[in-house]
Design a protein around this ligand. Sequence first.
Ligand code: SAH
Ligand code: MG
Length: 210
Amino acid sequence: MDAAARAAAEAARGFMPPDEGLALYEAATGVPVGGAPMLEIGSYCGKSAIYLGAAARERDTVLFALDHHRGSEENQPGWEWHEPDLVDPAVGRIDTLPTFRRTVHDAGLEPWVVALVGDSPTVARHWRTPLALLFIDGGHGEEPAHRDYECWTPWVEPGGLLVIHDVFPDPADGGRPPYEIYCRALESGRFVEERAVGSLRVLRCARPTG
Ligand code: SAH
Ligand code: MG
């Protein structure tokens, strides 16, 4: 990964340790694209989008960075991962879109990172494009995580990758739903594990859905 993009990613706000970010970048540079785009669910302030966007630039494709930018449950006031300066005082709600936009701009990745601002299942209902890589890092509750799995994994093309963040096999380390959808992917027989770094899991799509 080029030094400037790597420095920008490490300086960006968000929830992606450097070793996991680098593994994400490496996974994304290894997909056989042929034009298919990548999509991430859960962009927050743009940290993971830099790792994936830098790979998109190299592969001459794009990353769709999907987020409603209102924060997950755990980002809301009173929760563990709340950052008060991300609340838009005029609206009284979290708004990570300005920070995301600035992060992607400053990393020089605007041509390769396309923001999709909206609710994941709502966008999924109208989505029709096969994906070279799908990165799931959106809502980590039971319902949102399983819905993201159901709505989006059918679009991963054979040979492409499904990457899931915050997978914790030991419940003492973190919430269950990302681990559950990781198990679901393996049990489906459609995905085969290729790499694990920290809580990041990289799975290869072995065959089409259906
Ligand atoms: N990948 C980021 C961290 C993502 S945090 C990083 O590298 O730092 C999870 C994000 O998922 C939050 O920004 C939240 O707004 C988003 N999110 C949660 N539920 C969502 C939904 N239903 N639709 C779109 N985005 C959602
Ligand atoms: Mg995460």
